[in-house]
Design a protein around this ligand. Structure first.
Ligand code: ZN
Ligand code: ZN
Length: 264
């Protein structure tokens, strides 16, 4: 991150910067009450995809989706949840659709902190790979939010961004109904860039994106990266969306049964 110039520091002292999202003045700086997020570790989470799981299951158990169709990534790190009333929703909408590319700096810093806190081994040939945007979408938006986030995380951790993947065709945005169709939708969409493939062997990949929804996109990316020789893929996102609130869990209906585990 670039440090502030004396003039910027002076102006900050005169006019303290407001909430990065809405600009509301906050004593001591930082996000306002509406836009401050808490790390979402309070509820039990699936250890692969970070979706909330039944409160009757231990934290880190697998969710039904990951049991039925194990994703090609090993775990997911998210700053928080994405939903109608979550603070991170405004951050992401502003970053993605509001032209507020500078928000990637704050988010990336927090994501880097998460990588450190979760002890993803930084020395083990760790590479940051953004989920690629379709060139037409890039043209429409003018920037690639996953690339910006990856750049910010990389700057914080002293790593490089490896643009290892390319999108071969247009896909419908995440959130299109039908989980199976989402998996079919992204099948074979992400291919390795030839030059990047040489750097994948035995590496740990942090796959960076803004939101993880069904996990289909991340899994398709992870599949290509693993096929290219990556040893493991960890997904790093701003927020985890819960496309099906509660995921059909009801007390007494616990799946998989406690004690049944599948290997990662
Ligand atoms: Zn705010
Ligand atoms: Zn899961």
């Amino acid at each position: 991150m670039e440090s502030k110039s004396p003039l910027e520091s002076f102006l900050d002292a005169l006019f303290p910067p407001g909430c990065p999202v809405c600009g509301e003045g906050v004593e001591g700086g930082g996000p306002c009450e509406l836009h401050a997020w808490r790390s979402s570790t309070a509820d039990p989470r699936c250890r692969r995809c970070a979706v909330r799981i039944s409160v009757y299951l231990p934290d880190g158990h697998l969710c039904p989706r990951c049991v039925q169709r194990p994703p090609f990534f090993e775990r997911t790190l998210a700053l928080g949840d994405y939903g109608p009333r979550t603070p991170l929703r405004d951050w992401i909408l502003a970053l993605k659709h509001g032209g507020r590319r500078e928000l990637a700096d704050s988010l990336g810093r927090a994501m880097a902190e998460l990588v450190r806190r979760e002890q993803v081994p930084l020395s083990e040939n760790l590479q940051l790979v953004p989920v690629p945007l379709h060139p037409l979408r890039l043209l429409e938006r003018g920037y690639d939010q996953a690339g910006l986030l990856a750049g910010s995380v990389a700057g914080e951790l002293g790593l490089e961004v490896l643009h290892a993947l390319r999108r071969r065709r247009w896909t419908d945005p995440q959130g299109t109904p039908g989980r199976e169709s989402r998996h079919a939708n992204v099948e074979g969409v992400f291919e390795l860039r030839r030059r990047a493939a040489r750097r994948l062997g035995g590496s740990t990949i942090c796959l960076v994106d803004d939101v993880l929804t069904s996990g289909a996109t991340a899994s398709a990316c992870a599949r290509s990266l693993r096929a290219g020789g990556a040893a493991r893929v960890v997904v790093l996102v701003v927020a985890r969306a819960h496309s099906t609130p509660g995921l059909g869990f009801t007390p007494g209906k616990i799946f998989p049964p406690l004690g049944v585990e599948t290997s990662p």
